[in-house]
Design a protein around this ligand. Structure first.
Ligand SMILES: Cc1ncc(COP(=O)(O)O)c(C=O)c1O
Length: 376
């Protein structure tokens, strides 16, 4: 077989969950059977155990499990009393949930453009977006790197608005030694399977340092009932089930090793892309970056994506349409050109495979296939 044909037959998926399962199969199967044998499917020791472990891991005094990262954000907003007539400021460049939850509680999302180096909310533009109606800021830690939490927190404190950290992509990430989710009023995490800590389905977690807010979230996730069948507020059913908790507890023991492997893979890509006509991710030295995504940038993004796909390499665009231009938010009145950095990122960014089980050979193959495209 020639070097060229060997190259063209290699496949590198964007994510390989089979490899992770193969590594942990014995422990994961045992955890699932432990729950099945116990028949404790809702609540119970697996859920409270995971809550304690995530609180410790995220350096928070409280962690409350819920059904998804979206619900974590929704419950955080409800616990802070955000509703109709209120505004919530967030980034224009994130997964839809970061803004969708605001509309879902009847409030108005207000968007801020990003810092093009980190793709996170630009703190210099934050204060200008805050009005007398602003109740909270949702700051997203995109791709696994914390936003400038010092600057964002300073603005929130100065203007007396709540801070919710959307840490769905950033479990274990740090800003100046502070864990994602430990700085704001709330941290919101997702256990969607593609996250660094992913379940076998949906799941989420809310962290806080405030006992009163923690109690409020616990109440809201169980239909506002305390005691059972007595409802002081209208909540919802948003619980993490014990099967997910048991699976996540097994995986949590491996999370740091996986995040370090992702960072090593990123460092290798970084070296291999040295001098290439492709924008490499910027790692702010004040952060611990957990590389949930490794995102490169170039104007011919769609053609590169096609080129990689034809050579067996999986990629994704996170995200093709910035939030302020989503059709469902047309009534908010944003027009193209109002968030130029977010719009540019949406047109030019591409996520490459970065998962921990990637081999060096696979990374070199991906990098050389990108290089081949940009050099042509
Ligand atoms: C930044 C961000 N926020 C919120 C969410 C919502 O999490 P979930 O999919 O668990 O509802 C995600 C998930 O993809 C996300 O990436």
């Amino acid at each position: 077989m020639t070097a060229m044909s060997a190259k063209t037959t290699m496949t590198v998926p964007l994510l390989d969950l089979q490899a992770q399962y193969a590594e942990l199969k014995t422990d994961l199967d045992a955890a699932v059977h432990r729950v099945l044998d116990s028949c404790r499917f809702i609540g119970g020791p697996e859920v409270s155990g995971l809550e304690e472990e995530i609180a410790r891991y995220s350096k928070c005094t409280h962690a409350i499990a819920c059904a998804s990262g979206t619900d974590a954000l929704l419950l955080a907003l409800k616990a802070l009393g955000v509703g109709p007539g209120d505004e919530v400021v967030t980034t224009a460049y994130s997964f839809f949930a970061s803004a969708g939850v605001v509309a879902n509680v009847g409030a108005r999302p207000v968007f801020v453009d990003i810092d093009p180096r980190t793709y996170n909310l630009d703190p210099h533009r934050l204060e200008g977006a805050i009005t007398s109606r602003t109740k909270a800021v949702i700051a997203v830690h995109l791709y696994g790197q914390c936003c400038d939490l010092d600057a964002v927190k300073a603005v929130c404190d100065k203007r007396q608005v709540h801070l919710i950290e959307d840490a769905a992509q950033a479990i274990g990430a740090e800003w100046e030694g502070n864990r994602a989710g430990s700085v704001g009023d709330f941290g919101c995490f997702s256990f969607f399977p593609s996250k660094n800590l992913g379940g076998a389905g949906d799941g989420g977690m809310i962290t806080t340092q405030n006992a009163e807010l923690a109690d409020r979230v616990r109440l809201l996730r169980e239909h506002g009932a305390k005691p059972k069948y007595y409802h002081s507020v209208v909540g919802t059913n948003s619980r993490l089930d014990a099967l997910q908790a048991a699976i996540l507890r097994v995986k949590l023991r491996h999370l740091d090793r996986w995040s370090e492997a992702r960072a090593r893979n990123a460092a290798l890509y970084h070296r291999l892309f040295e001098g290439a006509r492709v924008g490499r991710p910027y790692h702010d030295p004040r952060t611990r970056h957990i590389y949930n995504q490794y995102v490169i940038r170039l104007p011919q993004r769609d053609a590169l994506r096609q080129h990689l796909s034809e050579r067996g390499i999986g990629t994704e665009v996170y995200y093709p349409v910035p939030l302020h231009l989503q059709q469902c938010f047309a009534t908010l009145g944003y027009t193209p050109g109002t968030m130029p950095e977010s719009e540019g990122a949406a047109n030019e960014t591409l996520a490459l495979p970065i998962y921990p089980e990637l081999s060096e050979e696979q990374i070199r193959y991906v990098a050389s296939t990108v290089q081949e495209f940009v050099a042509s």
